[in-house]
Design a protein around this ligand. Sequence first.
Ligand code: SF4
Length: 299
Amino acid sequence: MKMTTNSLDQSQKIPSVNYHLWEPCNMRCKFCFATFQDVKRDMELPKGHLPEKECLSIVDRLAQAGFEKINFAGGEPTLCSWLPNLIKRAKERGMVTSIVTNGSKITNSWLDELNESLDWIALSIDTVDPEKLKRLGRALSGGKNPMTEEEYLGIIRTIKRRGVRLKINTVVTSETWQEDFTGFIKSAKPERWKLLQALPVKGQNDAHIANFEIALAQFEAYVQRNRIVENDGIIVVPESNEMMTESYVMIDPAGRFFDNAQGAHTYSSPILKDGIGKALKDVKVDLERFLKRGGQYDW
Ligand code: SF4
């Protein structure tokens, strides 16, 4: 594992960073903990993102600071027409590259544009039951038009044909915690399957999260029922609410680090104004917690 050279504190030794570069999304997941309406409002960022040039500078600075892996997230990052330029820049700077996406815009031609600079795709798939997807809002056309199981499997075939490594992220909610999702996951056969307990975050998902939250015991029951896919060589990575807290280095669409230590986002000063080292000191992230949630793996 490569560590940063200017390690000033624990958080700077964490080798991977999630860059939520973009607020817009074409789905309406009611549990979404990255809605960033506060950032749009408070930072006078009406489009929900910085200009491309500034985002490229942030990528440069992250690479310079020694981050080894960058994961572009949103909103839905593939709606950003210049996301491929950010991915290529990160790859040129020696970073392992990844995106988290709902999959709706992943096509052969989009992958062509990347010129093999994307290492990982994490597809967000919570269930393939269309009625549950509609109730969750994990659907297109304002949360009304869910993607089908066949569409998801088609996207997965496209990703694998290109040699991009596949991860699936599943948020476990009150709609799905009793499900056996192993049939779909065995067909999809990702390298890693991350299971996330639906996380309440003040200011991000207050309006609906109470309807979708589950208790730790319910989350653990889901993990227990579904982790049988490990027999097929799939690595299962469960993250309870507790494990998700203070264990990620994250950047918001205004180019600031943020943490979730207090059950809400706390934002740093802007990276482009104060630099990585100073801005990172404003947030609470812990290397041990990062390692405990399995943040370090063979990427
Ligand atoms: S697809 Fe992702 S970013 Fe968009 S609403 Fe759903 S969870 Fe949020």
